[in-house]
Design a protein around this ligand. Structure first.
Ligand code: PEP
Ligand code: MG
Length: 572
């Protein structure tokens, strides 16, 4: 077997070794295929069935994916499901079969080419690139037609330990393969900005795109070595490749072990200032991972995932059991349960679906929604308060905008504590998530009512910079070194200190060690990040000296440009 080295564009780093699993998409016919008049009815039925199966597959995938995955993928499913309902696309297909006597495959080709032309004429490069969605939906329908011809039932499968090689891979399939335990994904097409690439990164699934000629060069079952950080694939490796790969693997593992050794090391700066390192979690497995990576507790437990997974609303008892399980898994460490942070976007397709909103990020989200559903809200608060018997629990309210909102929630919390006869020496503190500019700019009245605060930097930056946090092409705007972000954070942290309210930062920013020094310089003493990020953050914290950072603070606050902030941080 011939050794070959292929290169592509790295989109999600990691090393992987496995047998190739080729996922070939059936191709659309080159020349128009016509059918006889007598075949029209059968062909229409086949088309109907293919469309129904494609819709069913999407719904099924959506149901089966849980937790963060469902959250990440919601938009893709919705876009694809919408396309399958699009009257112009669907009616057009039926008309082509009925009136032009085309085969279903040929009709798909005509519709695809028509849409390709429309998309090619779109000026905005992002919107133009969404033609990818059309391709994926058409491929899904075509795959069913193809399987039906061959008499096959199931959609393509890849097993544990395999490396998937495909021309292109829709995000839903990628998630599906990740669930089945594939080690890496290589595609001939695709871009680092594609939704599949974004998803691979968040799933920590190594992925290389634009590996031209991969399907021709790689045979089914070939052994592959993938270095997804370098974008390199060795097909049918020789002994020297294998040993180089083993060395690289050991190097990576050594680095991980080295960092993990820090698990029990004190989280203090060089000058002895303690920084509290907590973890974000949304499942029991993540609570366990948090402890394994040295978390002092759970700084943010996103409860909405518990709700989104279900096909009905969990009642108070079910929630109570779920929260108890989390507290049990946390082994006495504090857990901050965030109440439902749902809006029209997150809840779509779930039992909590609301009427869709024009602008869900600015809609009935988080606490606003909880206050509009008092029974549901009270059930959740009661469940946490009751579970708190088992361990230290706190309640965090998302999207607090005004002190009035917080006061309303506080009153309910107070009543429930009294009704449930919670002893004063075992309080269940109530905190405010500060992620709306109004609350960040004038936090005093909210802090006066809150026991603690948590900064949601993901949303706070989205609203401050007016940049959708999920928008691939606005990622460049999402910089915590922007003076507006630096100053807002600094003032907010100072306001918490004046009021003596503990404050944690729990957005993605907490996990990025390039900015740990900035956050400590701005006065932050508690961070909450995803479990695997904790050892590296601790390592960074242990290198820092708060006296030096304190001196830097006025210059960080005066900086007029992002570049000036970056320069100051680089000099550390
Ligand atoms: C945030 O907004 O920073 C945050 C931590 O919450 P979420 O990402 O769930 O909105
Ligand atoms: Mg948020």
């Amino acid at each position: 077997m011939k050794r070959e080295v292929l290169t592509g564009v790295p989109v999600s780093p990691g090393l992987a070794r496995g047998r190739a699993r080729l996922i070939g998409l059936p191709r659309l016919p080159g020349a128009p295929e016509t059918i006889a008049e007598t075949e029209v009815e059968t062909e229409l039925l086949r088309l109907e069935e293919a469309l129904a199966t494609a819709r069913g597959e999407l719904a099924d995938l959506r149901r089966r994916l849980s937790g963060a995955l469902a959250h990440e993928l919601g938009d893709f499913f919705d876009a694809h499901a919408l396309l399958l309902e699009d009257p112009e696309l669907v009616q057009g297909l039926f008309d082509l079969v009925r009136k032009a006597r085309m085969s279903a495959r040929a009709a798909l080709k005509v519709q695809r080419d028509r849409l390709a032309e429309i998309f090619a004429g779109i000026e905005d490069p992002y919107l133009r690139s969404r033609f990818e969605d059309v391709e994926h939906v058409i491929a899904r329908v075509l795959a069913w037609l193809h399987r039906a011809e061959l008499g096959e039932e199931a959609s393509p499968r890849a097993g544990e330990g395999e490396v998937v090689v495909a021309e292109t891979l829709p995000p839903a399939e990628l998630a599906h393969f990740a669930e089945q335990g594939v080690r890496a994904v290589i595609t001939e097409q695709g871009s680092p900005l594609s939704h599949a690439a974004i998803l691979a990164r968040s799933l920590r699934l190594p992925m290389v795109v634009q590996a031209r000629g991969a399907l021709a060069a790689i045979g089914e079952g070939d052994l592959l070595l993938v270095d997804a950080a370098a974008g390199q694939i060795v097909v049918n490796p020789e002994a020297a490749d294998l040993s180089a790969f083993e060395r690289a693997l050991r190097r990576n593992q050594r680095e991980e072990r080295r960092l993990l050794r820090l698990r029990d090391a004190p989280c203090r700066t060089r000058d002895g200032i303690a920084i509290e390192l907590l973890a974000n979690a949304e499942s029991l497995a993540e609570v366990e991972a948090a402890l394994a990576h040295g978390a002092a507790g759970i700084g943010l437990y996103r409860t909405e995932f518990l709700f989104l997974r279900e096909d009905r609303l969990p009642d108070e008892e079910e929630q109570f059991e779920a929260y108890r399980a989390v507290l049990r898994a946390a082994c006495g460490r504090p857990v901050t349960f965030r109440t439902l942070d749902l809006g029209a976007d997150k809840a779509e397709g779930s039992v909590l679906a609301l009427p869709s909103e024009e602008n869900p990020a600015l809609g009935l989200r988080g606490l606003r929604r909880s206050l509009s559903e008092p029974e549901q809200f009270a059930a959740q608060l009661r469940a946490v308060i009751r579970a708190a018997e088992l361990g230290p629990a706190r309640v965090l309210l998302p999207m607090v905008t005004t002190a009035g909102e917080f006061a309303a929630a506080r009153r309910l919390h107070q009543q429930l504590l009294a009704k449930l006869s919670v002893p004063a020496e075992k309080p269940v503190p109530l905190g405010a998530m500060i992620e709306v500019p109004a609350a960040a700019i004038a936090p005093e009245a909210i802090l006066a009512l809150a026991d603690f605060a948590a900064i949601g930097s993901n949303d706070l930056m989205q609203y401050l910079l007016a940049a959708d946090r999920g928008h691939d092409r606005l990622a460049g705007l999402f910089e915590p070194t922007e003076p507006a972000v630096v100053r807002t954070l600094a003032r907010l942290i100072a306001a918490c200190a004046r009021r003596r309210r503990p404050v944690t930062l729990c957005g993605e920013l907490a996990a990025d060690t390039r900015f740990t020094a900035l956050l400590i310089a701005l006065g932050l003493r508690a961070l909450s990040a995803h479990p695997r990020a904790l050892p590296a953050i601790k390592e960074r914290i242990r290198e820092l000296d708060t006296r030096k950072l304190q001196k830097l603070r006025p210059r960080l606050l005066r900086a007029a440009h992002r570049e000036s902030v970056e320069k100051l941080l680089a000099a550390l």
